[in-house]
Design a protein around this ligand. Structure first.
Ligand code: NAD
Ligand code: TYD
Length: 369
């Protein structure tokens, strides 16, 4: 039986991981530590809150004393570290919290783990698993091979730079102090429980409300999409079979331009929730809401990840195709309208106004017709 501390477990991937883990290992002890920032949502954990082997702690990863107490009190032997500020656009408007949580917060966790597992009482088998991103590798030219574990780091946004710094600290704690660490760098995730500031849930929720679907720049930026449950399985495999001190790239081998993503979502919505034109009452495709807006500064053109090492060493295989994963995601958002409607409060509207309000639109008529 394992005893896990999951940081950021009320966020998108963390919550999916908690559900995934407790489905597969129903007797493990699971403690979630989450500061409940705008991105944290306790409702995402509702299905497990009453389990006797589950505990939620509202707290900050930078509170080293709290983390040390939890590690001791709960006899934790595995930390799975998801907690982070995770949105590139917010990091452009305000980088400070990214440095505080992603860099200083990760360092604080590492210190707590080292003190408890190595310095104070020897815990011979422990694991600090750090969840990171492909964005640390920078941007790829068209046709360049996907990122692999030996691709040099070249982060371009404050978010990516803060994650790169945290990856280096995790590595240093392994080499210097012998902390038993693993790191996974994954591509863009999508699926249930994702906060509607990232592309896929934002487009879904705007479409369902008849609002514009904002696409940055020319829409030909490429991301490599991964269904969140495939990511959770990848992390499980790294925890179970990964070699200590190693990094594993986890991706879906699913490169799409942003335009392809938005158009596919619109087609699925047309099928699953047909839309009536409010003026004529005729059926009209959601794609008519697509709107090009001013590009993100320093916008990375292409990400693509090579999961070959995880596939060879761990037997990792993503199970969802883009279409099957999107269908599941869309079905979840349609069935869980209460979950996402409760997020559309004044704080959320403030973000939408601050970020999108000032951006000029430059619609491309050929796409809108
Ligand atoms: P998210 O923003 O949805 O959730 C982050 C969670 O961390 C929230 O619950 C928040 O309350 C919590 N948190 C933030 N600061 C905290 C602090 N100081 N102390 C404790 N909790 C804090 O993020 P996500 O999309 O679930 O991403 C999880 C991890 O995966 C992050 O480390 C992110 O960098 C990484 N990642 C995400 C993606 C993606 O596509 N979403 C891709 C690659 C890597
Ligand atoms: P996002 O979901 O923010 O993830 P990341 O920046 O970490 O890749 O964005 C995914 C892609 O979608 C990225 O190229 C930016 C683009 N995008 C839009 O075109 N419009 C939007 O409103 C958002 C949020 C993102």
């Amino acid at each position: 039986m394992s005893r896990l501390l999951v940081t950021g477990g009320a966020g998108f991937i963390g919550a999916n991981f908690v559900h995934y883990w407790l489905r597969h290992y129903p007797h493990d002890r699971m403690v979630v530590l989450d500061a409940l920032t705008y991105a944290g949502n306790r409702a995402s954990l509702a299905p497990v809150e009453r389990k006797s082997n589950f505990r939620f702690i509202h707290g900050d990863i930078r509170d080293q004393a709290l983390v040390e107490r939890l590690l001791k009190e709960e006899g934790i032997d595995i930390i799975v570290h998801f907690a982070a500020e995770s949105h590139v656009d917010r990091s452009i408007l305000g980088p400070d919290t990214f440095i505080e949580t992603n860099v200083l917060g990760t360092h604080s966790l590492l210190k707590a783990a080292k003190k408890t597992w190595i310095d104070a009482s020897h815990v011979p088998f422990h694991r600090f698993h750090h969840v990171s991103t492909d964005e640390v590798y920078g941007t790829l030219a068209p046709g360049a091979p996907p990122f692999c574990e030996t691709t040099p780091y070249a982060p371009n946004s404050p978010y990516a730079a803060s994650k790169a710094a945290s990856d280096h600290l995790v590595r240093a704690y392994y080499h210097t102090y012998g902390l038993q660490v693993t790191t996974s760098n994954c591509s863009n995730n999508y699926g249930p429980f994702q906060f509607p500031e990232k592309l896929i849930p934002l487009i879904l929720i705007n479409a369902l409300q008849g609002k514009p679907l904002p696409v940055y720049g020319d829409g030909y930026h490429v991301r490599d999409w991964l269904y969140v449950e495939d990511h959770c399985r990848g992390v499980e495999q790294v925890l179970r079979q990964g070699r200590v001190g190693e990094t594993y790239n986890i991706g879906g081998r699913c490169e799409k331009t942003n335009l392809e993503v938005v158009q596919t979502l619109c087609s699925l919505l047309d099928e699953m929730r047909p839309r009536l034109d409010p003026r004529s009452s005729d059926l009209v495709s959601y794609v008519s809401l697509l709107t090009f807006i001013k590009d993100r500064p320093g916008h990375d053109r292409r990400y693509a990840i090579d999961p070959g090492k995880a596939m060879t060493e761990l037997g990792y295989r993503p199970q969802e195709s883009f279409e099957s994963g999107l269908r599941k995601t869309l079905a979840w958002y349609l069935e869980n309208e209460n979950w996402w409607r409760s997020l559309l409060d004044a704080r959320y509207e403030g973000w939408i106004e601050a970020h999108y309000g000032a951006k000029t639109t430059n619609a491309t008529p050929s796409l809108l017709s």
